[in-house]
Structure formats: structure tokens, C-alpha cells
Design a protein around this ligand. Structure first.
Ligand SMILES: [Mn+2]
Length: 258
């Protein structure tokens, strides 16, 4: 089973939190409303609440692919009903658990990581301009990490034009620890510090508090959001109630849009 927690922080510069996240017994998800367009909070909330409501009884990979298409359709509908919502968009990284492995759906520059033993693995590839340049050999990873336009997305879920997600399977082992996070964490906290936080903290909630603290120490110029889940025996899974945080949280003071 999964022992999980979710957390978010507005950071030190932003006036609103446009990240959303969900954690439950069968699903983990992080979404980051796109900068440069209004109402990213509506977009990330739509993404997370849509996938949180998916029926996951059958093939979880197919369910996630359907869910992503449903998010795109809802964003389109909202954009047609209200011109202020046209072009709003979001990232989405979601993992559906079937008791043995995860189906992963990913679009944008939020990330999924795995800590297995002492090693940290990045499971997702950023859909960013700089990642494309790195893949083409035009930038080194070091140059990409410090690139001023590092967060420009080449794929996202967006009202009026949505991109395709990457969908893949991730086999799980007992003791695995998974992290989903927004770029407010992965863009500000170096990989070795992410690895140390995941390796050294006992509980998922402690990992999250440490990573958000590190993001804020590094300037906190963006919202920072994490979901952490451990693969554990049934007796150790703890509280299995679903958690929604950020713009998707009940009572979130957003921009007054649906
Ligand atoms: Mn962000």
C-alpha cells in the first residue's frame, strides 16, 4: 500500500498559489498553473480534481490517458464560457497505483522522482524549451539549470490547444519512495538536496516540509508543491484519507472563477 502526504506553500514572492495536488490510496497528482496566462489556479484545480475523480478499477494507464483528455476538454469548455479563461493552462504529473506498479501520465515541467535504496531517479522528462535544447546537444544540463527562460513549456494542458501526455508504467518495489513536485521545488532545490531529504526523513510529511523549506531558503520565487508516497506493507500505510492541497483545496481563496 501507499503511505502518503501532500503539501504546498505559496512561496515568498507570489500573491496566489496556482499549484494543486492530490494524494490518495490509488492516485498521486501535482499540477502547476502556467505562468504568463491568467487563472492558472483554475487550470491546475481542474486538472487535479478531474484525475482525482477517475474510476481506476480497470487499466490505470488507460484511465489516466482518458482523464488527461477529459481535463483538456474541461479547460476548453471553461475557456469558451469565459474569455478570461481562454489560454489558461497547467502541467500535470499523475501516478495511478494498482497495488504493484504505477501508471504515470506526465505533461509539462512538474516532475516525478523515485528514491530506491540510496539512489534518486528522475522518472519524467521536462517538456520545456531548455530540455529540448539539452536533448539536441545545444545546452549542457548545467546551462539548462541556470537558463533564464528555463520554465518555458513546449507542452501543457491548455484551453484552446492541449498537448499529448507521456504515459508509461513504473514498476514498484517495497521500500520505494516517490516524489511528485512542481518546478518551484525542482527548480530551486538541487538534486542532491532532494535526494538527501528523501533518504533521511522518516515520514512523507517530513520530506515535504524539508523540501518546501529548502525552496523558500533558495528564494521561494514560485509556489512549491510536493506529494510523497512510500510503498509499505498494509499495516504501515497509516491514514488513507484523500488530501487536496493548493488551488484545489476546499476553501482556497482563488481568483473567483469556477
Ligand atoms: Mn511553478
Amino acid at each position: 500500500m501507499l503511505r502518503y502526504a501532500a503539501g504546498t506553500d505559496i512561496g515568498r514572492r507570489r500573491r496566489t498559489n496556482e499549484d494543486s495536488a492530490f494524494a490518495g490510496p490509488r492516485l498521486l497528482a501535482v499540477a502547476d498553473g502556467m505562468g504568463g496566462h491568467p487563472h492558472g489556479d483554475v487550470a491546475s484545480r481542474t486538472a487535479v480534481t478531474t484525475v482525482a475523480g477517475l474510476p481506476l478499477a480497470g487499466d490505470p494507464a488507460a484511465a489516466l490517458a482518458t482523464g488527461v483528455a477529459e481535463v483538456a476538454a474541461r479547460l476548453d469548455d471553461l475557456g469558451r464560457q469565459d474569455p478570461a479563461l481562454a489560454r489558461m493552462g497547467t502541467t500535470l504529473t499523475a501516478m495511478a497505483w494498482d497495488g504493484h506498479r504505477f501508471a504515470v501520465a506526465h505533461i509539462g515541467d512538474s516532475r516525478a522522482y523515485l528514491l530506491r535504496g540510496p539512489d534518486l531517479f528522475q522518472l519524467t522528462r521536462d517538456h520545456t524549451m531548455v530540455q529540448t535544447l539539452v536533448d539536441g546537444g545545444k545546452l549542457t544540463p548545467e546551462e539548462a539549470a541556470n537558463h533564464p527562460r528555463g520554465s518555458v513549456l513546449v507542452r501543457a494542458l491548455q484551453s484552446g490547444g492541449s498537448g499529448e501526455p507521456d504515459v508509461f508504467w513504473q514498476d514498484a518495489l517495497p521500500g520505494d519512495r516517490y516524489l511528485l513536485c512542481s518546478d518551484g521545488v525542482s527548480g530551486l532545490v538541487p538534486a542532491d538536496a532532494i535526494r538527501a531529504a528523501m533518504a533521511e526523513e522518516a515520514r512523507p510529511a517530513d520530506v515535504i516540509a524539508r523540501l518546501i523549506g529548502l525552496a523558500n531558503q533558495a528564494g521561494g520565487h514560485d509556489n512549491s508543491t510536493c506529494v510523497v508516497a512510500d510503498v509499505v506493507p498494509a499495516g504501515e500505510a497509516g491514514d488513507q484519507r484523500p488530501v487536496l492541497v493548493g488551488a484545489a483545496a476546499p476553501g482556497h481563496a482563488g481568483t473567483g472563477r469556477p
